[in-house]
Design a protein around this ligand. Structure first.
Ligand code: NAI
Length: 328
């Protein structure tokens, strides 16, 4: 068997944490031949509940699970971490302005980034799930100058998976026949799910849909507002599907994306497609040799350009706001 991989999960006592930890421990994150050491990071009030989850993990007798440690100090929680899933975040509460939200999350993601810089393993890979995910990732990244920038990513895989299913349903195709879909920009209501390069049953998806009104009035808003629709229906935000997307993201990052397809992830921009360098924005990506690469050379039409630009403009605003707050 391989050497164990240390996986740190923050917000471990939350609802995504509960949906995520059992799948990590069962081998779905890294593969069925990789033993896992779990480190759970919570705030002090969350530690007891995390201990309860750890008891249940014990009770599964997962063959790959080598240890579980619970911490409330990031300097211990990220010690030796090879993979860090930053799920715990400060939610927006009633009457909270965006500036307050960014500042509150800066108070979480800056010290976590510093701790990752100091104590994580050299090959650390970070996925930020907690919202606002792209900008939280930017804050953590800025606090970790010794870690290569491309190790900090933000999750847009849930949006990607949501878009695949909506498109598959529209064209009455199995989801496995949908390829090369892209989420661009911010993980927020401004995100742009792009079907112009997507393929369904090997055919161009936009041509197969052939209905710009459906794209504009149904598909894009359904994907972008899916989180709110789930809260409305379930009385709680998406958790199992978010955990599933986090598993997909890290699994593909470590093991590679399939030939002939790509996925979407929030990664540090190198300036591709007019997205300012250094922003953490969602792109079409493949993973090769353990690194995300932006798919190059796609032609961006007018319809896509205005929507990508609008979401990137929001990312720039968020970046400028956290810069003003001294968080990056
Ligand atoms: P939750 O409220 O059930 O759990 C959050 C947990 O984080 C709590 O147990 C809390 O004690 C913990 N926490 C708070 N601050 C922490 C800190 N500084 N260190 C360690 N733990 C801390 O929330 P849920 O439903 O699990 O969602 C977590 C985050 O994921 C939210 O920000 C949510 O908006 C986001 N999310 C992101 C998605 C995406 O696609 N990127 C999709 C769905 C949710």
């Amino acid at each position: 068997a391989r050497t164990p991989v240390t996986v740190t999960v923050t917000g471990a006592a939350g609802q995504i944490g509960y949906a995520l930890l059992f799948r990590i421990a069962s081998g779905q994150l890294l593969g069925a031949d990789t033993p896992v050491k779990l480190r759970l990071l919570e705030i002090p009030q969350g530690v007891k509940a995390a201990e309860g989850t750890a008891m249940e993990l014990d009770d599964c007798a997962f063959p790959l699970l080598r240890s579980i440690d619970i911490h409330d100090d990031p300097r211990h929680g990220f010690d030796g971490a090879n993979v860090a899933l930053l799920v715990g975040a400060r939610p927006r509460t009633k009457g909270m302005e965006r500036g307050d939200l960014l500042e509150a999350n800066g108070g979480i993601f800056k010290p976590q980034g510093q701790a990752i810089n100091e104590v994580a393993a050299d090959d650390i890979r970070v996925l930020v799930v907690g919202n606002p995910a792209n900008t939280n990732a930017l804050i953590a990244r800025a606090a970790a100058p010794d870690v290569p920038a491309d190790r900090f990513t933000a999750m847009t895989r849930l949006d990607h998976n949501r878009a695949i299913t909506q498109l598959a349903k529209k064209l009455d195709a199995p989801v496995s026949e949908v390829k090369k879909l892209t989420i661009w920009g911010n993980h927020s209501a401004t995100q742009y799910p792009d079907v112009f390069h997507a393929e369904v049953r090997g055919e161009n998806a936009a041509a197969a849909v052939n209905d710009e009104a459906w794209l504009n009035d149904t598909f894009i808003p359904t994907v972008a507002k899916r989180g709110a629709a789930i809260i409305e229906a379930r009385g709680a935000s998406s958790a199992a599907s978010a955990a599933n997307a986090a598993i997909d993201h890290v699994h593909d990052w470590v093991n590679g994306t399939p030939e002939g397809d790509w996925t979407s992830a929030g990664i540090v921009s190198d300036g591709s497609y007019g997205v300012p360098e250094g922003l953490i924005s969602s792109f079409p990506v493949v993973s090769r040799n353990g690194r995300w690469e932006i798919v190059q050379g796609l032609e961006i039409n007018e319809f896509s350009r205005t929507r990508i630009d609008a979401s990137v403009a929001e990312l720039i605003e968020e970046r400028d706001a956290v810069q003003k707050l001294g968080l990056i």
